[in-house]
Design a protein. Sequence first.
Length: 285
Amino acid sequence: MKRLLLQFIAFLAQNPLIGNFFTGRIYDGSLKHLCTPGLNCYSCPAAVTSCPVGSMQMFLAGVRHNISLYVTGFLLITGVVFGKYICGYVCPMGLVQDLLYKIRSPKIRTKLKYLSYCKYVILVLFVFVLPLVIRHELSGLGSSWFCQYICPSGTIFAAVPLLAVHENLRNELGWFFVIKASIATAVIFTSIFVYRPFCRILCPLGAFYGFFNRIAVFRLHCDSNKCCSSSGCKACENACDSVINPAQTPNSPECIRCGDCIKACKSSALKRSPEIRIKKSKFEI
């Protein structure tokens, strides 16, 4: 419940202009030059900041030339400090999926194995390669491929509210919106039965932050002296909805730092706060 409250607070901090959902107005003030750490669509009527994935695509597509170092630095610093804590506590799409998963229904616990690699393909192909390589003949500019053809966050928080208010937009719907709407519908439906399918299969931002889980300042620690996994204890593994074994891989790139494993651990072997220790004249964090 505490994490859910923090997620709602993070959502409102990124989307404080709730009234714009009813007017269809998109804020375009100075705060839009800043990035939010989560996947929060630029075109969401309530949003006051920009999505880092969208901003990076716009730079690579040649639409905006003045944001590359800022966005790159912002993502690197956020990743190094927090890793996938952002996914567990800040991202609006994470909140949506968590709420859907709370609906009473049969739950499917699966590691998703090879499907989990899709998000890395999407990160490389749709966020970096396609916007950079494929250009329009007349303008010479690329497109934001992930935002236009995949992102369910943009569909749920931007397209649907805007279409509800603006009739002219509804008259201009094309085939690519059918694709996006289908993806968003599939994510919403699947999230009722499978924990965070979008985060685990499709999200390029989660894929990026996952690279930093092992080195991030805020990460998980498992005290092998306290851990009872060798005696058959699977309390932390059974508590993990992402189907990770925190005792073996506490800093898995799939871990969103929800803390359920810490609560389930009877021996208090798992911790998620930074620990500074002195060992052989070296500082370890």
